[in-house]
Write a protein that binds this ligand. Sequence first.
Ligand SMILES: Cc1cc2nc3c(=O)[nH]c(=O)nc-3n(C[C@H](O)[C@H](O)[C@H](O)COP(=O)(O)O)c2cc1C
Length: 629
Amino acid sequence: MSAPSPITSAKDLERWKEEGLRSLAPNTAKVSVGMATCGLATGAQAVFDVLTEELSKASSQAILAKTSCIGFCQMEPIVEVYRPGEPRVLYKEMTAEKARELAADILGGKVNKQEALCTLDGFPEAKAGKTISGIPRMEDLPFYQKQKKIVLNRCGRIFPDSLAEYIASGGYFTLWQVLNNRSPDQIIAEIDLSGLRGRGGAGFPTGRKWRFARDAQGDPKYIICNADEGDPGAYMDRSVLEGDPFAILEGMAIGAYAIGASQGFIYVRDEYPLAIEKLETAVAQARSHGLLGKNIMGKGLSFDLRLIRGGGAFVCGEETALIASLEGRPGEPRQRPPFPAEKGLWGKPTVINNVETWANVPWILSQGADSFRKLGTQTSKGSKVFSIVGKINNTGLIEVPMGLKLRDIIYDIGGGIPDDKKFKAIQTGGPSGGCIPEKLLDLPVDYESLTQAGAIMGSGGMIVMDEDTCMVDVARYFLDFLKEESCGKCSPCREGIDRALEILERICQGKGRTGDIETLESIGKMMKGFSLCALGTTAPNPVLSTIRYFRDEYEAHIRDHKCPAKVCRELIRYSISAKNCNGCGACVKPCPQEAISGAKKKVHTLDQSLCIKCGMCYEVCKFDAIERE
Ligand SMILES: Cc1cc2nc3c(=O)[nH]c(=O)nc-3n(C[C@H](O)[C@H](O)[C@H](O)COP(=O)(O)O)c2cc1C
């Protein structure tokens, strides 16, 4: 099977499927380590190395494999142990040391219930398998209970470099069906009927976009996968690229057939080396087995792909800027219309879709538009992938039906706020999203509801903030990011961000003036109305939404020169409580200014003229003797 032979028949696919099934469920033990970026960042390589060493020592029959992220990043490094006929067991928070013990357990046929996260069903078959008493099933864990995996279904379950495992889990059967039995018009109609909307942010109906491009005059036509993903805190697309690259390739091949394109591009940010590696491997395999290139699957479709590395400018994720960058010009947006579907890359009709949008395509066509439509709300169908980060117990990557409440995401899936702190806000939609307060936690997550609340769906980044967060500082932080990332081509965005940031910085320094809030609001309105691209029209969201829901915090900064969350340095003051200080001296050494002095076991003093308010003393004091006002 490994010889590069084209897949041109249903029989070929079946043979690959059998090989993939043997690899997914071999007749010996198999140990898979999650080695996506999140796993590697927490030590998965060391775990893998130890398992390699230990499992080889005993000339055991256990196979060692690599997989990707199964979503629960908080629990990484995660290792899956499979034994024929037994439930698969996921082990959490592995270390090199624990891996040594795990290897011994595997060789001794033991299950370590203490270290287990959950059991999970076989794959690709989804039927409930046996369970192990004392270990919860994956679907019973609160983190997974309310999830519905379409795009993330294979992530963390297959070896992303393996075409055979992709095929064994249903991959490429859809392209085969499409090329044999469906016309391009039927494909577009099905995508349209499914209600799929672009997952890159704007939520434009995908079927409609494809129809425009198919009907547009111009030859050749192009398709692009937007894998630029520059939002701070967001890594949905990266995970799909690292965990299931063939799904994007298959989705794009179907799209190319529907639109009439023979060349596609994946524009992926250069800071995603692992995603690039996985894509390169997948493209090379797809090419050598006739799934890319001329006469795909022997059915006459000619379509090939090139990977283009983006330099990491946030604005290059905007479709017209991305196209400019792809053409070798500075990555700056241009006025639309004409939209890319009519005049895109090199002036030709071009469909540009997000990674998640492309990855949804094979599922919709294999399961039918109705299955997709059944999920979600009136206007937002299907599921959506989110990365949940910040002040939340369970950080990770989740996929939920559209319309699930924010409360369910934060408390049921996310496990609530660490250290029993109070929830303050959730920022959805990346740097130009909005901050949603506690009173709106029952908001259903769909395009329209989020927009009405002053936020946006964006591509799916969610940042949770607790009571220790200053909302003025949050607005300042995001505008600071956007100032760096604005291309500066249009003055409403360039000047608007600059002016608003100046004001926010003053407010955070305690130099706010009466009228600043109103000025921020009018700058925001101007930017929304007149900026050239959505970077500028959405940039005021963090400011406007924090004013809308946390106006009292702005007023406290301006009127009372106080930062209620005690974050803005210039507005806080540290002092030593004579009542609580026992002279332990723990605060003396960490102070970078040598501002604290005092004899052992005597009340210490803090020299205000030296204090730079770094908060180190506050962090280290175990006796509540450092007061922060
Ligand atoms: C500043 C800015 C950055 C963007 N970044 C991305 C991105 O990283 N990925 C993405 O898919 N869309 C991004 N978009 C949206 C794209 O312009 C475009 O709408 C999207 O790629 C279309 O694909 P979709 O219909 O599948 O969502 C960005 C838009 C703006 C204004």
